[in-house]
Design a protein around this ligand. Sequence first.
Ligand SMILES: Cc1cc2nc3c(=O)[nH]c(=O)nc-3n(C[C@H](O)[C@H](O)[C@H](O)COP(=O)(O)OP(=O)(O)OC[C@H]3O[C@@H](n4cnc5c(N)ncnc54)[C@H](O)[C@@H]3O)c2cc1C
Length: 470
Amino acid sequence: MGITRRTLLVGAGAGAVAVVLAACTPQPSPTTSPTATRPPRPRPTLAPGAAPEPAAWVRSAWSTDPYARGAMSYLPAGATPRLREDLSSALAQRVFFAGEATDPDRPGTVPGAVDSGRRAAAEVVAASSSEERIAVIGAGAAGAAAARALSDAGRTVTVFEARERTGGRIRSISGKDWPFTVQLGAWLSPTEDAGTLGGTLAAEGIHRIGFDAATGWSKDGAAPTVDGGPLKAALERAANAASDVPVDEALTAAGANPEDPALAAALAWVQATTGADTAKASSWYPPSFLPDALFGADGDLSVLVDDALDGVKVALASPVSRVAYDDSGVSLRLGTGEAQSFDRVVVTAPLGVLQRQGIEFSPALPFAQRGAIAGLASGFVETVWARFDEAFWKADADIWHVVGGDGPIRTWLNLRPVTGHPVLVGLVGGPDAEAFAKLGDDQALLGVRESLRFFVAETPSPSPTPTPSH
Ligand SMILES: Cc1cc2nc3c(=O)[nH]c(=O)nc-3n(C[C@H](O)[C@H](O)[C@H](O)COP(=O)(O)OP(=O)(O)OC[C@H]3O[C@@H](n4cnc5c(N)ncnc54)[C@H](O)[C@@H]3O)c2cc1C
């Protein structure tokens, strides 16, 4: 399923050649020979029939972002939800953990992150007195919820955020290129009320956009839409097996072929909505799969975090590199080298950051916690928003599945039916997302256009090369 196992057909010059995007890392520039002058390599173009170039496009790169290193956590085969509990255990009642990866009920989601922040804050309040100074590492949904609850409980709170903005994996952007707010992080929910966050969204006048009419397209035209039947049957069978195996293995054991284009499209949908690599994800605790509908949010979602941080001291561009703790308090070392002391700290840095030891702990974390960090998996999801001058496609549905083909993005949301604007949103998850994040802009754009090939109504006319808006 991975991009590394696929070939993207692109044409260079007159003839079509196969360029393997396997290594997807930037190529070193060719060294110039003093004796021979080589002609410049032509910019690769796609074989005829791919989608036209968008008028504007923008994409996320959470997989390579040093302060995210992934989109959401999941359980690989052999892991159990107990690991989330281990990860959230407090150290000496001084260092507390929150963040989506620690939430037992809704991990990998914004509501789960908010709940985890409130849970950690309640633990801190129970362990502390009202005059204490509490630090919170991270100004995402979990950090903001923790900071709000601690501040409301009378504690003096300082939030340290590595980036120059709040929100973490919630990222809404707007600009002249876009008729509405673009969401590069969380913005979807399988339910219309968005759980506990629904009230905040409604109060801010943020509307929900529903996506519920799915279609599949292959090189032969319209294909049956993705079918969750084989996956459901395989997982039911795997639930009774002697040991936990990855989802793909459970499918194979049940006689299905994960490489079959129809099933691969279904698995790509699972990966795009959960980040989980189905070649690794647990079949005992599988990622939630194949929602019938998705609800997006049309508006600036930073309010979900900024409302909670109202009145709280937030230090932006302040990465914490080390947390030292003992029975008397904690000391945080910032990226600048400066150290600051607090009574307690709530750590909400993402699992991917902890896995890469982005924060050093002194003394080292207990084995149970390190085991949890190593045992949980970071899933990858990347999002591409593309606005076209006009709709070139033949599909009216608002969820598109790409069945087969060589494009890296297998799932698309069509915003035209709800907004009237020819804007498509590509969702790619699992190892394909990690590979896509590493592509340069030129290659990523080719991947976008190749991925949409089956939906093109007729040969589009050439359009000027756009610059991605970041
Ligand atoms: C593309 C994508 C799509 C998603 N889609 C959905 C969705 O549709 N619905 C849904 O519910 N969820 C979705 N999620 C997941 C959701 O975004 C997360 O579960 C949630 O936002 C996590 O919140 P958090 O506070 O735990 O972590 P984050 O939001 O990651 O917050 C952690 C903060 O810590 C900061 N930080 C990291 N290291 C340091 C350091 N050393 N020092 C100081 N600060 C640091 C980070 O910059 C960040 O701001 C999606 C995620 C992605 C990436």
